[in-house]
Unconditional design. Structure first.
Length: 355
């Protein structure tokens, strides 16, 4: 697609059909096809998959392979690229289930905080970065790290879940692979789990596609269609979510500890984030004094739901320590939804007793 178009135009047209076709691809549920066309059997290919893969691939500048969840994408990435004894470098402060999965593989792990310092990449087969990291929202320099990792012969994958395909294009910054949980902002409506890998090299994409066909854990056509339908409004949703996050940052600034949102110039990661990200999103992090303080906040709020996900239409908050993240008891990952800014700010303000 014409790259001079804005995000709204690009994302809307990435999920649209051409003349004579429906505006959006429709779910095709076939398990078996009459031979002679592109499709043969539903474990290997499906027209609805192709519609979403082409949309995400065009937004990210590579070849996309979709999976039934973010973890299915991550586990396929690690199983496909790593053999016994290989070394994986991964973030110590990133998504904890990815670390847990890697720790059960017969490989060597080097855990590094997203903000660094990064050790030598010598002997590393795959570097997995996550930026902004989840839940701490630290940021690392993808281009610089990819260059150093490549010089040492390592491949680089970036978990782009928090940033979204509109917020950051890791392949353009030099990464080999994008991994994403589309359960979050891409599908965006808290009604489907989904994930994808996008590779710069067609050969890597082919190996992920083959792995999916062989292991048989494939996305359902209906779920694929839901993700595709959600993707079409990503620009609109991100715009409102980022506006809400900016207003909440302003409200909370100086009044809660550990406030992080890379979109604000006062955030320690802002300079780097502004340099490599195309736009910001609705995810903030802050600390209240205790588990009880977080519970009281959630009890008093009328618009913010306790939920362990982010990027959806509804504002939600998650006390990450309850899931085993190595973070303070009162750390809250806050996902600003698409409510009116005025209503959300007012609600959070009264629930925290800031009025
Ligand atoms: C949620 C998440 C995942 C896992 O995705 P699922 O769709 O829940 O399997 C991976 N990475 C990050 C950064 C996430 O937030």
């Amino acid at each position: 697609m014409n790259n001079s178009y804005g995000d709204g135009t690009r994302v809307v047209h990435s999920v649209s059909g051409g003349p004579g076709e429906p505006f959006g691809a429709q779910p095709v549920f076939a398990s078996v096809y009459h031979l002679g066309g592109q499709d043969t059997y539903g474990r290997s290919s499906n027209p609805t998959w192709r519609a979403l893969e082409s949309a995400l691939g065009s937004l990210e500048g590579g070849e996309c392979v979709i999976f039934p969840s973010g973890m299915a994408a991550i586990s396929t990435l690690l199983r496909t690229l790593l053999s016994t004894g290989d070394t994986l470098m991964l973030p110590s402060d990133g998504y904890f289930v990815a670390r847990r999965f890697a720790s059960e593989m017969d490989i060597n792990l080097v855990e590094v905080p997203t903000a660094g310092p990064y050790p030598s990449f010598d002997g590393v087969r795959l570097v997995l970065l996550e930026t902004p990291s989840n839940p701490g929202l630290d940021v690392c320099d993808i281009a610089t790290l990819a260059e150093a990792a490549h010089a040492a012969g390592a491949l680089v994958a970036v978990d782009n879940t928090t940033a979204t395909p509109l917020g950051q294009r890791p392949l353009e910054l030099g990464a080999d692979i994008v991994v994403s949980s589309d359960t979050k902002a891409v599908a965006g409506h808290s009604d489907v789990l989904f994930g994808h890998l996008t590779a710069a090299s067609p050969d890597l994409a082919t190996s992920f596609r083959n792995a999916r066909a062989l292991n048989g854990a494939i996305p359902g056509p209906f779920e694929t269609w839901l993700a595709l339908r959600g993707l079409g409004t990503l620009d609109l949703r991100l715009e409102r979510q980022a506006k809400n996050a900016a207003a909440l940052y302003e409200l909370l600034s100086g009044r809660v500890a550990g406030l992080r949102w890379p979109g604000d110039p006062a955030d320690p990661a802002h300079l780097l984030a502004a340099q490599q990200m195309r736009r910001f999103n609705g995810v903030l992090t802050f600390e209240l004094e205790s588990e009880e303080a977080v519970e009281a906040f959630l009890r008093k709020s009328r618009l913010v739901s306790a939920a362990t996900s982010f990027g959806g239409l509804h504002s939600s908050a998650d006390r990450r320590a309850q899931w085993g993240d190595p973070v303070p008891e009162g750390l809250v990952r806050f996902s600003a939804g698409c409510e009116d800014t005025h209503d959300l700010v007012k609600d959070v303000s009264q629930a925290l007793g800031l009025d």
